[in-house]
Design a protein around this ligand. Structure first.
Ligand SMILES: C[S@@+](CC[C@H](N)C(=O)[O-])C[C@H]1O[C@@H](n2cnc3c(N)ncnc32)[C@H](O)[C@@H]1O
Length: 357
């Protein structure tokens, strides 16, 4: 059987478990092992006329049941032997989820025959097809309140609500960014320009620094396959990081609004956001409202003794519930949503620009 198959009728993100027996045969045009858990390769038809449109991308993942040893053995054999490779697996049309994603189609291999050697996943029968879209989102261990995923969830909310990647292409101002959890999501995982404003210096964790190094290494390894493989192009786009800026000071709305230069600078951002921004909450809302810049906050602490706020009833804001009510009172166009899957303080308040509202 030749490589390639018809993906018509498949929607983005879809896998076809019923086609677990899909078979492709061809020569290896490009192959690379990216980590102990992932390798990709591209098959071309066993003929001289290679057209990348006929290429068939294949992915081997631990999530599909490959042991690290078997995956590495198959990957190194693919580098040695380049002809007459047979793959059995199931197809996926990858979902365009991250910035610049190309909706690539690939086969998730469950068995590969290279010459007289056979490599296969363990537990083939029990294996459930799973799409790639989630392959690079780390699983977090639950410890206390499970809000470690708040950065990823808030970021996804911003992309979904503020006009997608196009709507955020000029950049996001992350107010009270703290150690940089949200900045990492914005710039590294989603490739959107980001500026953090906080007196505290951003310091990526070892895990985040490793993730950046891994992405840079992958981009280098994948480069030779860019002209051949749609999957390689997709992964290259997905792994590219955007650097971010940092302004090490506190945001002060009165100061910004008094300065034409600072106000104009603020207007260069597509959104001003704050995740658990403590005392910066009021500053974000005030700057956003006065300069008509889209904004979003996920409030956390109230500081009832330090910050004096009054509800329309005249009552002082003392609790988290009061603070949420107070934010909603700031403008009739303020909207509210919930960051599903985030435990604890997960209410998000936001306002789009007049056009987007
Ligand atoms: C609870 S931490 C949250 C950090 C981060 N957003 C997170 O979710 O992990 C609050 C941060 O707000 C910062 N902060 C407080 N007032 C601020 C202001 N006016 N402008 C900028 N940052 C401020 C503090 O320095 C601190 O890093």
């Amino acid at each position: 059987m030749a490589v390639g198959w018809c993906a018509d009728g498949m929607s983005p993100g879809e896998t076809l478990p019923s086609v677990n027996q899909l078979v492709a045969k061809g020569d290896v045009a490009f192959s690379v092992q990216l980590s102990p858990s992932v390798a990709i390769f591209t098959l071309r038809p066993c003929s001289r006329n290679f057209d990348s449109a006929n290429a068939c991308d294949v992915i081997l993942r631990r999530q599909d049941g490959w042991s690290s040893d078997e995956l590495s053995r198959a990957a190194s054999e693919l580098e040695k032997r380049q002809s007459e490779v047979v793959v059995r697996g199931y197809p996926e049309m990858m979902r365009a989820k991250f910035k610049d994603d190309i909706p690539a189609v690939c086969i998730h291999a469950v068995e590969i025959v290279i010459g007289n050697q056979r490599f296969r996943t363990t537990k083939q029968e029990q294996m459930k097809p799973r799409p790639c879209a989630h392959a690079i989102v780390p699983k977090r261990k639950k410890r206390g309140t499970n809000n470690g995923n708040r950065f990823a969830k808030f970021m996804q909310f911003l992309v979904d609500t503020f006009g997608g990647y196009e709507g955020l292409s000029r950049g996001i101002l992350d107010v009270a960014g703290g150690a940089g959890g949200l900045a990492f999501e914005i710039s590294v995982r989603h490739g959107i320009p980001c500026t953090v404003i906080d007196s505290r210096a951003v310091k990526f964790t070892k895990k985040q620094a490793n993730a950046i190094a891994f992405r840079e290494r992958c981009c280098k390894l994948i480069s030779p396959g860019l002209s051949i493989s749609m999957l390689a192009r997709n992964m290259h786009n997905r792994f590219q990081c955007t650097s971010f800026d940092q302004v090490q000071e506190l945001l002060d709305a009165a100061d910004v609004l008094a300065s034409k230069e600072k106000s104009e600078k603020m207007k260069t951002f597509d959104a001003i956001v704050g995740l658990h921004p403590d005392q910066a909450t009021d500053h974000i809302i005030k700057v956003g409202l006065r300069l008509s810049i889209p904004w979003a906050v996920v409030p956390c602490c109230v500081f009832p003794n330090k910050i004096v706020r009054h509800l329309k009833t005249g009552e002082r804001v003392r609790t988290y519930e009061d603070l949420c009510a107070w934010i909603l009172e700031q403008d009739e166009n303020v909207k509210e949503a919930t960051l599903d899957g985030v435990e604890g303080r997960n209410r998000v308040f936001y306002m789009l620009s007049e056009k987007k509202n």
